[in-house]
Write a protein that binds this ligand. Structure first.
Ligand SMILES: [Zn+2]
Length: 365
């Protein structure tokens, strides 16, 4: 029997080990959800005479190996395959989705607030958004691996927000695809996101998170083939952000809309309100049967757009009236779109910010 010695890496690293005279050992180290197993041996055969000195030397070497493995970049594949798989649902044949919490990013939810998913073709897999932490990215990777061993060829980022791309580093080796404006957005804001979310999520959860920019960009439209399965990628004008990209799985008519579509979670404006309302009109023409919104439940298409359109239209109408009436930006922050308050979650957290963003946009009309 091979003895197993567990090494629990808390903060700081806490190591347990025992002497053994068996031929082989497995050292297991856990760091968060990731697990590393190091096979060492053959070390001591039953009949070997091993001096106390060499046992100590071996122990030191084994620990050093483990520490180097832990402290360096944990290989994504190894860390991910032993992470707890995200509980994904197959929403259409070969289309898997994890529905994020309707919440802001916290250490408790590990940043897992956006919907993320993957699509499996006959030869490859595409991941759509990687989650709000490296840990979530690794759990998504584990969810893929629980379904298929096919290579993950693409990671598609629907836009630059941290809850959608902080997990990118889990997918080493994949082609990262984004809107043509995504590299610029990440260059401008990436470091800010890393600093700001270190304060929100804490050092441990931020470990290993990297801003991984796209290696393939979409100017207007592009198609990628996962093997008997085409995905249509569309880059939109400024709406939720200035780098929104949607993904249509043509096989099942499933649309991954990113944050161009919010349900239950109040829409958050970080691009252009006028643009977003115009894009909503264009989105209705996408021949989808269902939508995976950036936040909120899977829904029928295009009915899923209605709540969002109502809120954004009201926001535009109120803010425009305030700007025309010569009201200050402070006046704008109260009572705008108030009738929508009870129809959404996270209204309090986002409505004032939306009104302020809309005010800045309409001020220059
Ligand atoms: Zn977003």
């Amino acid at each position: 029997m091979i003895p197993k010695i567990s090494m629990h890496s808390l903060n700081p690293l806490f190591v347990l080990w025992g002497a053994t005279k068996k031929s082989e050992m497995h050292l297991i180290a856990k760091k968060g959800a990731a697990q590393i197993r190091v096979k060492v041996g053959p070390l001591i055969r039953e009949d070997d005479q091993m001096s106390f000195q060499s046992v100590r030397l071996w122990k030191a070497t084994a620990c050093l190996t483990l520490l180097v493995t832990l402290l360096g970049d944990m290989p994504a594949a190894r860390g991910g395959e032993t992470a707890d798989p995200l509980p994904v649902t197959e929403v259409a044949s070969g289309v898997y989705v994890y529905i994020g919490a309707i919440a802001v990013m916290t250490p408790q939810n590990e940043g897992a607030i956006a919907n993320v998913g993957f699509i499996v073709g006959s030869s490859a897999v595409a991941v759509i958004d990687s989650g709000g932490s490296l840990r979530e990215g690794r759990r998504l990777l584990a969810a893929v691996r629980a379904v298929t061993t096919k290579p993950i060829r693409y990671v598609i980022n629907t836009h630059a927000h941290p809850d959608h791309m902080f997990g990118n580093a889990a997918f080493d080796g994949a082609v990262v695809i984004g809107h043509k404006n995504l590299p610029r957005a990440l260059a401008a804001r990436g470091q800010f996101y890393l600093d700001a979310f270190r304060r929100v999520l804490g050092n441990e959860l931020m470990t290993g998170i990297k801003i991984v920019p796209p290696t393939q960009i979409v100017d207007r439209e592009a198609r990628i083939d996962l093997g008997d399965r085409m995905l249509l990628l569309q880059a939109w004008r400024a709406a939720h952000t200035d780098n929104d990209l949607t993904v249509l799985d043509e096989t099942t008519a499933t649309l991954f809309a990113g944050d161009l579509v919010f349900l239950r979670h109040l829409p958050v404006l970080d691009g252009s309100l006028k643009g977003w309302l115009a894009v909503i009109g264009e989105l209705t023409r996408i021949p989808a049967a269902r939508v995976v919104p950036g936040h909120g439940p899977i829904a029928d298409w295009p009915a899923a757009l209605e709540d969002e359109r109502t809120y954004l239209q009201l926001l535009a109408q109120h803010v425009r009236a305030l700007v025309k009436g010569g009201k200050t930006i402070t006046a704008v922050s109260r009572n705008v779109a108030e009738s929508e308050r009870t129809r959404w979650e996270l209204f309090e957290e986002n409505n004032v910010r939306n009104a302020t963003a809309a005010y800045s946009e309409f001020e220059w009309e």
